[in-house]
Each structure stands twice: as C-alpha cells, then as structure tokens.
Design a protein around this ligand. Structure first.
Ligand code: 5GP
Ligand code: ZN
Length: 120
C-alpha cells in the first residue's frame, strides 16, 4: 500500500482521529481501536515503512529509538517491568504470515490482566 493511501500515515498526520498518548517529530503512539488488552498502544514512526521485512541498515537508529520509546511509554502508562508480576509485551506482526493487517510498521505495546482477546 502506498504512503498516500496509508491509514497510519493519515493517523500520524492527524487526518484520521486517534487517541494519542505520545507525539514527537519522529513517532506517534495511540490507543488501538480494538484493544486486545487493558493497555494496548501502537507506536509508529512517521516514516512510511511497510513491514519489518522492508527495513534497511539506515533504519537501525530509528528502530532503536522506537524501542526506547516503547520503554518510556510503558513507564508513562504504568505498565513497565518493576519486579514481581509486572511487565508488558511488545509485538511486531510482519506480513500475512505474521498476522499484519496495516502495512505501516508498528509496535504493539500490550499489558494488563489475562486473558487478552488476541495475541495473548
Ligand atoms: P496489525 O495486525 O497490523 O499488527 O495491527 C493493526 C492494529 O491496528 C490492529 O490491532 C487494529 O485493531 C488497529 N487498527 C486498525 N485500524 C485502526 C484505526 O483506524 N485506529 C486505531 N487506533 N487502530 C486501528
Ligand atoms: Zn504509512
């Protein structure tokens, strides 16, 4: 799917509404419209990359910052691993074989009491 017709590019641009939990020059994070868990946030780069199979070595610094943002957001949302039974799951679905529905790279951040509806 092209950048012009991409749902997550439109969400990042504010052309389609979403419940944002974070926004900066490089990334946007927003609540999943069909949450599978009590906390279910999607973290996307503003750069349109279709899947994790389309990244190049030049994307490495961005992908590193993306994971650091996941950690920061887990903290902000109160689901970071702080010992005991705490913590969260981070998922990148890639291609039909990986269950990907939206072809703009994104990390799922999931947390909360089981059972989860999907990906649990
Ligand atoms: P994927 O299956 O591609 O890894 O995940 C796509 C996710 O995007 C799904 O969990 C789905 O619920 C979510 N999603 C699809 N359309 C929208 C939308 O318009 N707004 C929001 N906030 N989430 C969406
Ligand atoms: Zn896109």
């Amino acid at each position: 799917m092209s950048h012009d017709n991409c749902l997550f590019c439109k969400i990042a641009a504010g052309e389609i509404p979403s419940t944002k939990v974070h926004e900066d020059d490089e990334f946007v994070a927003f609540r999943d419209i069909r949450p599978a868990a009590e906390t279910h946030v999607l973290i996307i780069p503003r750069k349109h990359i279709e899947t994790l199979s389309n990244v190049t070595p030049e994307d490495a610094p961005m992908l590193g910052r993306m994971l650091v943002l996941v950690s920061k957001l887990a903290d902000k949302l109160g689901v970071a691993y702080t010992g005991g039974e705490t913590g969260f799951r981070t998922v990148f679905n890639t291609g039909p074989g990986g269950g990907q529905e939206v072809y703009h790279i994104h990390a799922h951040l999931l947390a909360g009491p089981r059972p989860w509806l999907r990906m649990g």
